[in-house]
Design a protein around this ligand. Structure first.
Ligand code: ATP
Length: 363
């Protein structure tokens, strides 16, 4: 019943298309993140699911039920926004109890539910505190509790953690995931923060400029991005992409990167798919999936910058279109001005068609 289907969903504002023919199926009990940069249409999609905006065309189904014309209050959805919506003149307990009380729940039942949700969200010691004396972090937790206590079959959260501080955000990521596991709601979570999407979601819908780019598990979108946008957007730093042409060498098919030289041979299956292809490609590899080549077989590039972030070291290499980053778990002892020879791990290499931006799929 609480599966969600978006079919050919489009939203225009005047002659601006905020969402273009989006198809997405969210399974009952699934945690789906809508992830993309600012303005990509995430909130517009969410507002239509909630019933706050009408689609220009296309359909939204909850189970088999078409939501066209069904007002927000009758959709059975819980909604949490970026800005907490709570009554500041009430205590935390009164805020949490508000929804069930309005629905006419018995006092014992209200007490039980308030107790359970307060425990889950670590609000028990704060239940009698007035909301106007609480920090933004806690207020957002109360706002989540106020929606969750209604046990909606569908829970929509639009950037709920963007105003809370970093340490608290990490705690809340875990709590939200536990909340969803416990209530088994279908959860749709809007964020521009890939860490949130990657750590919490069962699947991620990556969006850009009103267009759905890819839907997949966090590992799928990380390992096999469908196109150049997803490759760059997912990962911190994103995937390295170098322009070149497939070329035969005595060691197998390589990509000729022009002034940067040639790449190590492509893995067999990728080489078989690319052999005979015409036109430029983008040779992609994750910054985390490179080694420093000891035998000189790799891409020789000048080190332009070294960032040491705790245990990790991010080494910037090359410049302009030929710039890449390499991430190491330890301090590899490189400094600016040196030349490093980096070899992408063969299994991590991905190739994209330079004209269309689409991934070259093996097989
Ligand atoms: P953000 O995280 O910045 O909110 P978003 O991905 O949620 O980004 P939306 O809020 O869905 O993006 O907006 C998508 C585009 O539609 C934006 O360019 C926005 O300016 C535009 N837009 C949204 N609502 C309206 C409206 N009521 N009238 C005109 N344009 C709108």
């Amino acid at each position: 019943m609480s599966a969600i289907q978006l079919r050919n969903l489009t939203k225009t504002f005047g002659d601006f298309t905020a969402l273009k023919t989006m198809d997405l199926e969210i399974a009952d009990g699934e945690f789906m993140a809508l992830l993309g940069p600012s303005g990509c249409g995430k909130s517009t999609t969410m507002n239509m699911i909630a019933g706050m905006e009408e689609p220009t065309s296309g359909k939204i189904l909850f189970g088999e039920r078409d939501m066209a014309g069904v007002p927000m209050g009758r959709r059975g959805v819980g909604f949490v926004f970026q800005n907490y919506a709570i009554f500041t003149h009430m205590t935390v307990r009164q805020n949490l109890a508000y929804g069930p009380r309005m629905r006419g729940a018995a006092k014992a039942e209200i007490d039980r539910r308030v107790g359970a949700i307060a425990e889950l969200l670590q609000l028990t010691p704060l239940l009698e505190r007035n909301a106007d004396r609480l920090s933004v972090n806690i207020l957002q937790r109360v706002a989540i509790g106020r929606s969750a206590i209604m046990e909606p079959a569908i829970f929509l959260l639009d950037e709920p953690l963007s105003n809370v501080d970093a340490a608290f955000r990490a705690v809340m990521r875990t709590e939200l995931k536990q909340l969803q596991r416990q209530f088994r709601q279908t959860m749709v979570y809007v964020t521009h923060d890939q860490l949130e999407a990657m750590t919490m979601a069962d699947r991620i819908a990556v969006m850009d400029r009103g267009v759905l780019q890819q839907v997949g598990t966090p590992l799928e979108v990380y390992n096999n991005p469908a196109n150049v946008f997803v490759a760059r957007f997912i990962g911190a730093p994103g995937m390295n992409l170098l322009r070149g042409r497939p070329a035969e060498s005595d060691r197998g098919l390589v990509v000729d990167l022009g002034p940067l030289g040639i790449t190590p041979p492509l893995p067999d299956e990728l080489a078989a798919t690319l052999r005979g292809a015409r036109g430029d490609v983008l040779y992609g590899f994750r910054p985390e999936q490179v080694a420093l080549a000891q035998d000189g077989r790799g891409l020789a590039m000048p080190v332009t910058f070294v960032e040491r972030i705790g245990a990790r070291t991010i080494v910037h290499l090359g410049q302009g279109e030929g710039a890449v980053k390499a991430v190491f778990d330890n301090d590899v002892g490189l400094s600016i001005g040196q030349t490093a020879v980096v070899a992408p791990l063969s299994s991590s290499v991905r190739v994209f068609d330079a004209a269309s931006g689409l991934a070259v799929r093996v097989g």
